[in-house]
Each structure stands twice: as structure tokens, then as C-alpha cells.
Design a protein around this ligand. Structure first.
Ligand SMILES: Nc1nc2c(c(=O)[nH]1)N[C@H]1C(S)=C(S)[C@@H](COP(=O)(O)O)O[C@H]1N2
Ligand SMILES: [Mo]
Length: 415
């Protein structure tokens, strides 16, 4: 419950700052609190000069130390290593760099940017070997885009308890770098060029084939993330950003772009990142991350502590373009209401939404459903399974329900 100010009605609360003796509580009619920092005493931090400047690189408040990426025991080292972004603790559509999700197949390489090179070769007129400094001298662009792992989340229980566990393999940043088109124009494409095979400099030598059309459209070779150089975990000093396509194609620690007339059929586009259909055939090159949303507040592990006006908040995104609309339901999907989108909606970017939510102790199942500019509507899990069968591992963009108990406790609403 909210603490109402004692005797507030009709009287004025006096909180003295000037000319008051140190340590003397202000007079409000309430009992003097034992804690010298408790309201309405003028607290210690107001009575003394604060910390000096001089932290070369700023850190969050120590009181926010619980807001971290979630690590999964046994999944912190090569092949299946990942950490998820704490969606349930974040606001808005940009992910702080230190909380961007991670997915590494052979750990984070310690790259010396002075020795790192990007080679562009194959079906080109003039192959190039570029330093990071060379790349920074090309005309640049800054774009806001999400990256989402295609396995976010798997289709199988146990269902995650928190938004991070359910969908924390998505994050969004403002990326700065060079349009891949600019670099491909520099090397000059051979008329037979149809694909670009991107390779990473990590011990996994992560390799993916990208259709030339996408490379000439909005694909970026980036060196900065939210204004500062890429974090080592995000691909320092160079990564590919392939907007709206599977996270796996956003090759980190980028060292080679091989222009070819056919895909490479690498491990990551054959044994992995294909979707086994009920008839035994596999969907391959299922590049686009389809429209999706999740409520992040209130979400699993949150606790509502008061009755009255609340708000449902969340994020929505689509690999096909802009989010057009988000609907929310507070009755398990029986009825839907339009949520409000944040003012600037970027294509292929996380878009924050919010909707009023009066709550007075009712049991509720809340969920969101996003619709993108192509008219695609985020499906339910059962609709997805009806279309694709139960063998798929990747591309689960199902509607996520959260259950609110009468005591305000929030848990995963999937049965
Ligand atoms: N070189 C290289 N690139 C890579 C990977 C990798 O292990 N090595 N992982 C891929 C996968 S599966 C995903 S989902 C994204 C994750 O990007 P992030 O760690 O910056 O969030 O990077 C992709 N690029
Ligand atoms: Mo991934």
C-alpha cells in the first residue's frame, strides 16, 4: 500500500533545508524516526558534499547491482554459452551495453584491433584488406536495430519464470558503422555475385551466407554500439548487423566477407538454424525474425503491492519492418485493447508500449500481441504449432501470458 502522508489533508508538510540544525528532525506531527536518513529528516546525503568526479568510466548505482544479465550454470563456456538481458528490469527500447544479451559459440576472443583485418574477396573486381581505422574513414550511418537469437525461447517446457528467461535473447542498440553496400561498391561486384559469406575471427569461425540483396539493402559493418565502441561480447572491433534477420547471421568479430554465387551451407545453416517440419522436411534459410512482443512489467517474479492505477509495459519488434500496433489483454486473450506505442517507432527495432491497467486484487492473465506494418499478427503458441508442428526449435514468436494472483504475485501464465 502507498504510505499516505500523516495529517496531509488540510495541513502543510514542512521539510526544512535552510538554517536547520544538523540531525534535528523536521516537525511534521509524526514521531521522530530513529533512522537519520528516513523521510522527512533531511538525510545525510543532503547534508554533505557528494562524491567527486573522476570515475573514468561511470557505473550504475551500487543499489542496482541486482540488475545483471542472467547467467545459466553450465552454459557460460563454449558451444552453448549464453546470457540473457534482464528485460523485467529495463525500461524503453534501448538495451544498455553491459546488459546486452550474449551468445558465443567459442567464447569471447581477445582481439587486438591494430592487428585485426577485414578481407572482402571472391566475385569482386578489387579484393580489399581493411583495418578498423580504414573502415572508420568511410561514410558512416547510425541505426537502431534489435538483435534476437532464433532460439528465443525454445518451444519446450520448463517455461521460464522471468521475462529474461522467456525472451531475454533479444536486445536493441543504436549501431554505428558503414553500410555494407558502401564496402561492396568499393570492391566492385562481379555480375555473378549472389551471396556474401561472412566469417568471424573467434575460434568457432562462425560462418553464415547472406543473400546479396540483403547485403545491398540495410546490412551494416558496425564498430560502435550506443555511441561507444562495440563491447568485446558484442564483436569488438567489428561485427555485422543484419537487421531483422536471425541473431546468428549477425557475425561478430567479423574478419571475412566472401562474395560468391551460392550459399556456403555451413554448419549454422544446415545442422543448426533450420526448422524440422511435421513431414520430415526442414525449412532452411528461415532468416526473418517475425513480429513479437512481451510484457515486461508486470512480469514473472514481480509483485504488485498496491491496488489502483497500474500500467502494463513491454516491448514489441518485427524483423519485417515497423511495429504497427500492440494489443494487450487482461482476461487471458478473450478481449484486446490497443496499447500506446512510444512516439518514434523505428523499423526492426524494439518498440516500447504501455497501456493503463487498473488492478484491485483480481486474478488476471495478461498478454500482448504485436502487429507489424506488413499486417502480420503475432500468433499464439498453439497456432504456431498447428502451422509448423512440434519439432521446431527456432523461431518461437508466440504470445506470452503472465498470471497475476490475488496477492499481486506474477508468474508465467503458460500451463
Ligand atoms: N563470430 C561469431 N558470431 C556470432 C556468434 C558466435 O558465436 N561467433 N553467435 C551468433 C548468435 S547465435 C547470436 S544470437 C548473436 C548474438 O549476438 P550478441 O552476443 O551480441 O547478443 O551473435 C551471432 N554471431
Ligand atoms: Mo543465436
Amino acid at each position: 500500500m502507498l504510505s499516505r502522508i500523516a495529517g496531509a489533508a488540510g495541513s502543510t508538510l514542512v521539510v526544512g533545508l535552510v538554517g536547520e540544525a544538523a540531525g534535528e528532525p523536521t516537525k511534521t506531527g509524526a514521531l521522530a524516526p530513529a533512522d537519520p536518513d528516513a523521510f522527512p529528516t533531511v538525510p545525510t546525503w543532503t547534508r554533505q558534499i557528494g562524491a567527486p568526479t573522476g570515475k573514468g568510466y561511470g557505473q550504475p548505482s551500487p543499489h542496482e547491482s541486482a540488475v545483471t544479465r542472467r547467467l545459466y550454470p553450465g552454459l557460460t563456456q563454449p558451444i552453448t554459452a549464453y546470457s540473457t538481458s534482464p528485460l523485467q528490469d529495463l525500461d524503453g527500447g534501448i538495451t544498455p551495453n553491459g546488459l546486452f544479451f550474449e551468445r558465443h559459440h567459442a567464447g569471447v576472443p581477445a582481439i587486438d584491433p591494430g592487428k585485426h583485418r577485414l578481407m572482402i574477396h571472391g566475385l569482386v573486381k578489387e579484393p580489399l584488406l581493411l583495418t578498423v581505422d580504414d573502415i572508420r574513414q568511410f561514410p558512416s550511418v547510425s541505426r537502431i536495430h534489435f538483435i534476437e537469437c532464433a532460439g528465443n525461447p525454445s518451444f519446450l517446457p520448463p517455461w521460464g519464470k522471468t521475462a529474461a528467461e522467456v525472451a531475454g535473447l533479444v536486445s536493441c542498440a543504436e549501431w554505428t558503422g558503414v553500410s555494407l553496400r558502401t564496402l561492396l561498391e568499393e570492391v566492385g561486384l562481379h555480375p555473378d555475385a549472389k551471396w556474401v559469406i561472412a566469417e568471424g575471427a573467434d575460434a568457432a569461425a562462425m560462418t553464415r551466407s547472406i543473400p546479396l540483396e540483403k547485403c545491398l539493402d540495410d546490412t551494416l559493418v558496425v564498430y560502435s554500439q550506443n555511441g561507444e565502441r562495440l563491447r568485446p561480447e558484442q564483436g569488438y572491433p567489428l561485427r555485422l548487423v543484419v537487421p531483422g534477420f536471425e541473431g546468428n547471421m549477425n557475425i561478430k568479430w567479423l574478419r571475412r566477407l566472401h562474395v560468391t554465387n551460392a550459399p556456403a551451407y555451413s554448419r549454422e545453416e544446415t545442422a543448426k538454424y533450420t526448422d524440422l517440419m511435421p513431414d520430415g522436411r526442414a525449412r532452411k534459410f528461415s532468416f526473418v525474425m517475425e513480429c513479437k512482443s512481451i510484457i515486461t512489467q508486470p512480469s514473472g517474479s514481480h509483485q504488485l503491492t498496491r491496488h489502483g492505477a497500474h500500467e502494463i509495459r513491454g516491448i514489441a519488434w518485427s524483423g519485417m519492418g515497423k511495429v504497427e500496433r500492440v494489443d494487450v489483454s487482461v482476461d487471458g486473450g478473450a478481449t484486446w485493447h490497443k496499447a500506446e506505442l512510444q512516439s518514434t517507432v523505428h523499423a526492426k527495432a524494439l518498440t516500447a508500449f504501455r497501456a493503463p491497467f487498473p488492478w484491485n486484487g483480481e486474478e488476471r492473465v495478461i498478454m500482448s500481441r504485436a502487429i507489424d506494418e506488413t499486417g502480420y499478427v503475432q500468433p499464439t503458441l498453439s497456432a504456431l504449432e498447428a502451422a509448423r508442428g512440434k519439432n521446431s526449435f527456432y523461431h518461437n514468436n508466440a504470445i506470452q501470458p503472465w498470471r497475476i494472483a490475488s496477492d499481486g504475485n506474477v508468474t508465467n501464465g503458460r500451463e
